[in-house]
Design a protein around this ligand. Structure first.
Ligand code: E4P
Length: 216
């Protein structure tokens, strides 16, 4: 499963990309607003840094305007993926962008049927928001499992990009469900490395190594 970093913060991207496990990145209007940066300039820097697809969100709401905005965003770099919210006009634009060979990520997906519609329009990725589902007292991962079954049943090439992931268990369950990608904040990416048992064992080895005589 690929791991994307869910941020627009360049320092966070530099830090995580150094680890060699970042396959791409996702941004959204909220994350961009936190940086205080001019978007297009920021997007260009992110696309240079990240060794893989970078999702940039369209803010237009009418199909012609979405396509025009997407075409502009696509000129920023070759690794740009156009993020489009799941609205009827958005899916009209997705179909047109697919014909133009521009990659798309249908975002804010909150039901398996929305994912089905996005796949029918040729979306490159669908982004189901699992953390937001959990917050409503529902099991977000159930949506992922259902989308996986639907896509497998009909051979859709659209990739499932698990979004709004909040903790390592979301990453584990996404991988077990066969999702193609999970996008996570830097803090969750750091947590993936951690286990208290590993710390204990490493400490034991370090202490024992100190007792080994005549090293060198
Ligand atoms: C994914 O592409 C989104 O940026 C992200 O995961 C949104 O999730 P959140 O707003 O629930 O954190």
């Amino acid at each position: 499963m690929k791991l994307f970093l869910d941020t627009a913060d360049l320092d966070q991207m530099r830090e995580a990309c150094r680890w060699g496990i970042v396959d791409g990145a996702t941004t959204n209007p909220t994350l961009v607003s936190k940086t205080g940066r001019e978007p297009r300039e920021l997007y260009a820097e992110i696309c240079r840094l990240v060794p893989g697809p970078v999702s940039l969100e369209c803010m237009a709401t009418e199909a012609d305007a979405i396509v025009a905005e997407a075409q502009q965003l696509a000129t920023i770099a070759e690794n740009v993926v156009i993020k489009i919210p799941i609205i009827p006009e958005g899916l009209i634009a997705v179909k047109r962008l697919t014909a133009l060979r521009i990659q798309t990520n249908v975002t804010v997906v909150c039901s398996p049927l929305q994912a089905l519609l996005a796949a029918k329009c040729g979306a490159t990725y669908v982004s189901p928001f699992v953390g937001r589902w959990d917050a409503m007292g529902q099991v977000g991962m159930e949506m992922i499992r259902q989308i996986k079954t639907i896509f497998d049943n009909y051979g859709f090439a659209t990739q499932i990009l698990v979004a709004s992931a909040r903790h390592p268990l979301h990453v584990l369950e996404a991988a077990l469900a066969g999702a193609h990608v999970t996008t996570i904040p830097l803090e969750v990416m750091k947590q993936l490395y951690q286990h208290p048992m590993s710390d204990v064992i490493i400490e034991q080895f370090v202490n024992d190594w100190a007792k080994v005589p005549a090293k060198g």
